[in-house]
Design a protein around this ligand. Structure first.
Ligand SMILES: C[S@@+](CC[C@H](N)C(=O)[O-])C[C@H]1O[C@@H](n2cnc3c(N)ncnc32)[C@H](O)[C@@H]1O
Length: 214
């Protein structure tokens, strides 16, 4: 996707992907996924997700990366937080408490250390098929071998709707060299997302995976 596409989505507040509550799959599976390891969690393409506050409440430092600076400012502003801002690197960092969000292009994100934990909800599926291999390859460079995390995808017949969100099927994940994906749950979510039913989707699943870096 072009960067302008996402900036426009944020400027127009067309952010149907944003949840007003913590994702139930995160609450359900995170303890097992993380094995209760307390380390920092990388949240790529993080938007202003409330899941990051939940992860911080579990004792993690949280590092998010988000293209749109307005989204980053909204994340802190809506939480009543005044972050410290550092504009010295290629991405501008905003930090408050245990949460640091980097505003800029994920593909330019090159921190000094590697992460043991990652949380991807609506990041991989935000990208078209031709960009997903590059995303996964870059993500792998940011993680330690053996790093664990959670991936949440949507599955639907792609021909019935133009993304984003894009449909990412298990067959595609099986071909990914950098990661192993073990399905934790798959739920029919069409009724819960009437905006997709309105677009003519005959079925829609949400799949939750344990991701392990090879
Ligand atoms: C579908 S939204 C999901 C946001 C968040 N993960 C959530 O669950 O609410 C995808 C987000 O990725 C951001 N994004 C798209 N391309 C990006 C890139 N190259 N680098 C960083 N963020 C990007 C968009 O601005 C958007 O906020």
């Amino acid at each position: 996707m072009e960067k302008d596409f996402w900036h426009e989505r944020w400027q127009r507040n067309e952010i149907g992907f944003h949840r007003d509550t913590v994702h139930p799959a995160l609450e359900k599976h995170w303890s097992a996924v993380s094995r209760d390891e307390p380390g920092p969690v990388l949240v790529p393409l993080c938007g202003k997700s409330l899941d990051m506050h939940w992860l911080a409440r579990q004792g993690h430092k949280v590092v998010g990366v988000e293209l749109d600076p307005g989204a980053v400012k909204a994340f802190f502003g809506e939480a009543g937080l005044a972050p410290d801002v550092d504009e010295t690197g290629p991405l501008t960092s905003y930090s408050a408490g245990d949460i640091t969000l980097f505003a800029g292009d994920f593909f330019d994100f090159d921190p000094p250390g590697r992460f043991d934990l990652v949380y991807d909800r609506a990041a991989l599926i935000a990208l078209p098929a031709r960009m997903r291999p590059r995303y996964l390859a870059h993500l792998a460079t940011l993680l330690q071998p053996g790093a664990r995390g959670m991936l949440i995808t949507l599955e639907y017949p792609q021909a019935c709707m133009a993304g984003p969100p894009f449909s990412v099927l298990p067959e595609e994940l099986k071909e990914v060299r950098e990661f192993a994906f073990d399905c934790l749950a798959r739920n029919d979510v069409l009724e819960a997302h009437p905006r997709f039913a309105d677009k003519g989707l005959p079925w829609l699943n949400e799949a939750e995976y344990l991701l392990t870096s090879r």
